[in-house]
Design a protein around this ligand. Structure first.
Ligand code: SLL
Length: 225
């Protein structure tokens, strides 16, 4: 019999990388209710990298799951801009699922509540639009070698003028959350290590006791009470 093994996924042990993204939506009112379908707004929901970069190195595609009242509610966008433009009459939660270029890297989902009325933002040209943006970071713990390579590409710093909101406050909050999660994870790992050490100590102890009480007895025949 010959068994062909798949190439094992190589992970970068002890390595961590992250990418900043912004997701949200813009909306513009028609100014009236369209008679044919009751629609009142056009809108765009999007996800984009916070910094200037070629995100196709690490994002394969993005799936936007809209409210079920939409025809073909699941929209898959295979290249940038990763966005969906539609019209409608109501607000709802969009599920934004990001797939990575290495399929061994699990997809992540962001939930965005599509806003049609708030917050209103005044653009540099004086016009008003509804715009909501959310800053977030995707953290890759021990990414696959392929993903690590993709994430190592250099990128240019963000130009804040690209966004309608000042995202610095959000950015700080997200960083704090990530730091807290890191600390938490570190403590959990330390606890697990300690339990392992304790289990190992017990194992050695009992194997000594067995050795003393019945020298030469195969250890496999030990029965637990
Ligand atoms: C609401 N719970 O009642 C929400 C649902 C759904 C919005 C909002 C459909 C557009 C179409 C549309 O805008 N749905 O395909 O006709 O407010």
């Amino acid at each position: 019999i010959s068994i062909t093994m798949a190439e094992p996924t190589v992970r970068m042990l002890g390595k961590r990388s992250s990418r900043a993204i912004v997701y949200g939506n813009t909306a513009t009112p028609f100014g009236y209710k369209r008679e044919s379908d009751g629609h009142t707004h056009s809108w765009t929901v999007f996800v984009k990298p916070y910094h200037y970069e070629d995100e196709t190195r690490w994002i394969k595609k993005v799936q936007f799951k809209l409210h079920e009242s939409f025809a073909n509610a699941t929209r898959v966008v295979e290249q940038p801009p990763f966005e969906v433009t539609e019209s409608g009459w109501g607000e709802f939660e969009v599920h934004i699922r990001i797939y990575f270029t290495d399929p061994n890297e699990k997809s992540v989902t962001a939930y965005h509540y599509l806003r049609l009325y708030q917050p209103v933002v005044t653009m540099p040209d004086g016009s008003n639009i509804v715009s909501f943006e959310f800053y977030d970071e995707i953290v890759f713990n021990e990414p696959t070698r392929l993903m690590w390579g993709a994430l190592s590409a250099p990128y240019k710093k963000c130009d804040r003028a690209r966004f309608t909101h000042d995202l610095r406050g959000q950015k700080e909050q997200v960083l704090e959350k990530i730091e807290a999660a890191k600390g938490e994870l570190g403590r959990e790992i330390e606890d697990l290590r300690e339990s392992l050490r304790e289990a190992h100590r017990l194992m050695l102890k009992y194997s000594d006791i067995l050795e003393d009480s019945a020298p030469g007895t195969p250890r496999a025949s030990v029965s637990r009470n």
